[in-house]
Design a protein around this ligand. Structure first.
Ligand SMILES: Cc1cc2nc3c(=O)[nH]c(=O)nc-3n(C[C@H](O)[C@H](O)[C@H](O)COP(=O)(O)O)c2cc1C
Length: 386
């Protein structure tokens, strides 16, 4: 005889009337689920309410905001750790420089500024010439002078230091640095080069007119639909060459373009940021722009990876466009689980942070782009106190 599961009772040892009929169980589960969801919503609303009140209070003072982020909200945790890791890495790179020395780059830049000053001072850079020569010597000790081709950075450093010592008037620290440099230069044996301040040849017109530049800027749009066509690496490299000419604070260039053009890897990278929904599957190349906090010894410079990285990205984007390629910048969200996944996939060090991602490829001529109305000139600028 078939029983209606909704009405057939089941006896249990404790005598309570509980049913194990499927629909009652489903009903019970649904009920429990509803209660749990309601509770979760309540808790979440309570949390949001408390957070709103606390954040309003905390925003009123430096101490308040410090406490808020120290004990209540850990959103800046990875950022803070990256800055500290960067400082530690900076210190360790001073003793064991790898392919580049941040201090040498920064100080050569400062020396070049001193050299091109009008009027040029007779004595300058006395407070940091010692450490600059020390960095030069440390790298010199690390290169095999018989075999290594001298890096462009070392050539630049040699030329700038040579020029500096030609023109500067000695004070005790400068004289001491001069002696050290002359000894090191005998060992490192740099041929004299021309990597010193120079006058640019401005006799002709620039090859790119403002009309061309405006037309390129107006042609560029964020493209999300691409042809299934491989992108030649030479074109990406040419775009990075343009990006590499961008200005950066003290010429440190604290970034690296990580490029993925293997289809399987591209799809793994595509999943990491949040902004690729709906079109991620058709992206031929993914770029992740990484900033390296190891370029700084102080928190005051912690934003430069984002500034310098973004300036370089703009050059990269225009250079792609000039070659018939297109791109779409993709936001990198600072969400711990995504940060951890990106760090693991790319093998990032603790001081390395994603600045943004970019989708790159040949645009599909049939794909639409957003109109993206731009702000008029009057809203984008103010002269003086207009
Ligand atoms: C830093 C940054 C993050 C962006 N993030 C995304 C994103 O996650 N997903 C997306 O589809 N577009 C993203 N975009 C593209 C913007 O939506 C686009 O630049 C903007 O709407 C203007 O359109 P246009 O680039 O065509 O002029 C981003 C752009 C920038 C500069």
């Amino acid at each position: 005889m078939s029983q209606n599961p909704d009405v057939s009772p089941t006896s249990h040892d404790d005598g309570q009337r509980l049913s194990d009929s499927p629909s009652e169980l489903v009903g019970l589960r649904r009920g429990a689920g509803r209660v749990a969801r309601k509770l979760k919503r309540r808790l979440s609303a309570l949390w949001s309410h408390a957070d709103r009140r606390l954040s309003m209070w905390a925003s009123g003072s430096t101490l308040g905001s410090r406490l808020y982020y120290a004990f209540w909200n850990s959103a800046f945790g990875r950022e803070q750790q990256a800055v500290l890791r960067g400082r530690a890495q900076y210190a360790s790179d001073l003793a064991n420089p790898k392919e580049t020395s941040v201090r040498l780059r920064r100080n050569c830049h400062r020396l070049e500024k001193g050299l091109l000053m009008v009027p040029r001072r007779e004595v300058f850079a006395a407070e940091y010439i010692g450490e600059t020569v020390d960095s030069y010597c440390t790298i010199g000790r690390h290169c095999d002078v018989e075999q290594d081709e001298l890096s462009p950075e070392m050539q630049w450093a040699y030329d700038v230091l040579s020029k500096y010592f030609q023109v500067v008037v000695d004070t005790p620290p400068i004289a001491e640095a001069r002696k050290k440099f002359e000894q090191a230069a005998k060992l490192v044996r740099c041929p004299p080069g021309e990597c010193v301040p120079y006058q640019r040849d401005l006799s002709g017109e620039p090859r790119v007119s403002i009309v061309d530049l405006i037309s390129l800027a107006k042609r560029r749009r964020s493209v999300r639909w691409f042809l299934p066509r491989p992108v030649p690496r030479e074109m990406i490299d040419a775009a990075i060459e343009v990006a590499g000419q961008s200005p950066s604070a003290c010429n440190r260039q604290p970034f690296q373009f990580r490029i993925f053009d293997d289809p399987e890897l591209v799809q793994r990278v595509v999943q990491l940021p949040m902004g690729t929904a709906g079109y991620g599957h058709n992206i031929p190349v993914m770029v992740v722009l990484i900033g390296q906090q190891r370029n700084y010894f102080d928190e005051r410079d912690r934003h430069l990876i984002y500034i310098d990285g973004s300036l370089a990205t703009m050059g990269f984007v225009y250079a792609l466009e000039a070659q018939g390629l297109s791109s779409c910048c993709i936001n990198w969200p600072d969400i711990e689980s995504r940060e951890a996944a990106l760090g693991e996939l790319l093998g990032l060090s603790g001081d390395e942070r994603a600045v943004m991602c970019l989708a790159v490829g040949y645009p599909d001529p049939e794909g639409l782009v957003a109109y993206s109305q731009k702000k008029p000139l009057g809203q984008l600028r103010r002269y003086n106190f207009e």
